[in-house]
Design a protein around this ligand. Structure first.
Ligand code: NAP
Length: 254
């Protein structure tokens, strides 16, 4: 559906760091009338270059209603690779509303020479992979995953997240650092040394923004317990922002 000005209505589901860069490009595209949607998880989200709505839609059915009501013509899923529910909802809702969907894909990191990775399927497996003996753990899996590590209270955790985890989710021996990437490898090494870290626990989120911790662990010879991303599902994957813009403007007069 095009607006009276002949612009195509599109929805960007944001959450990944690339979504902001895509939003900036879309804002400069006069043929698109776009809305950016955020879950509203971070307390101080960065300023966005597009009209932005915040909060859940109420499942796949709620999102389908929104797409139909707002006459959305195309959807880009630019959520974080680990945000599996919203991506599944987007697939279902776009099917119902008949709106083409594509995902802005971010390739996961792959191990390089010198990396000591223990790859696990989910957060609970990451907890088990730490073993019985007390260790000093650098835990960088986002505030919502921290609670799982209550099951292994013998370890010390240096927890880093953008917003503070809920106090009841914090293991008994821990310290919390609030920070948002990007980080530099030298700083990550200095932090890991100062905190006498034995093992890094991270999601395999891919992308350059938070890769420095992987480089630092490699340089220090530390083990990395790394959680594999969920499967992307049956959706067209776009490798970069140019491809996403091409998808959104496909078929429109230049
Ligand atoms: P999730 O499990 O896939 O989604 C949970 C619910 O949050 C969804 O069902 C939806 O609620 C709502 N939601 C998620 N993304 C939304 C969006 N862009 N706009 C509107 N509603 C949205 O997601 P999550 O893992 O909790 O992550 C929440 C947000 O943080 C996502 O946008 C994600 O991209 C971002 N993020 C996640 C991670 C991570 O590691 N999981 C890391 C960095 C950033 P309704 O069902 O009510 O629509």
């Amino acid at each position: 559906m095009e607006t009276a000005q002949g612009r195509r209505r599109v929805l960007l589901l944001g959450g990944a760091s690339e979504a902001r860069a895509l939003a900036a490009r879309v804002a400069g595209e006069p043929r698109l009338d776009a809305v950016l949607s955020l879950a509203g998880r971070t307390s101080a989200p960065l300023a966005q270059p597009l009209p932005t709505r915040i909060g859940g839609f109420g499942g796949a059915a709620g999102l389908a209603d929104y797409l139909i009501r707002e006459r959305i013509d195309r959807v880009i899923d630019a959520t974080h690779p680990f945000a599996a529910r919203i991506s599944a909802n987007a697939r279902e809702a776009c099917g119902i509303a008949g709106a083409p969907l594509a995902r802005l894909h971010r390739a996961p990191w792959t191990p390089r020479p010198g990396d000591r990775w223990t790859e696990v399927a989910d957060t609970d497996a990451a907890v088990r992979a730490l073993g019985e003996s007390p260790r000093r753990v650098f835990l960088t899996i986002g505030r919502l995953g921290v609670g799982a590590f209550l099951a292994a209270p013998q370890h010390f955790y240096l927890v880093r997240s953008i917003d503070s985890p809920e106090p009841q989710h914090l293991p008994p021996r821990c310290e919390v650092i609030l920070a948002r990437g990007p980080f530099a490898a030298e700083e990550e090494m200095a932090l890991m040394r100062a905190q006498r870290i034995d093992v890094l626990v991270t999601k395999n989120s891919g992308g350059p923004l938070t890769y420095a911790k992987i480089e630092a662990a490699r340089a220090l010879g530390l083990e990395v317990v790394i959680v594999a991303p969920p499967a992307a599902g049956d959706v067209a994957c776009l490798e970069n922002i140019d491809a996403a813009l091409a998808f959104l403007t496909e078929g429109l007069a230049p």
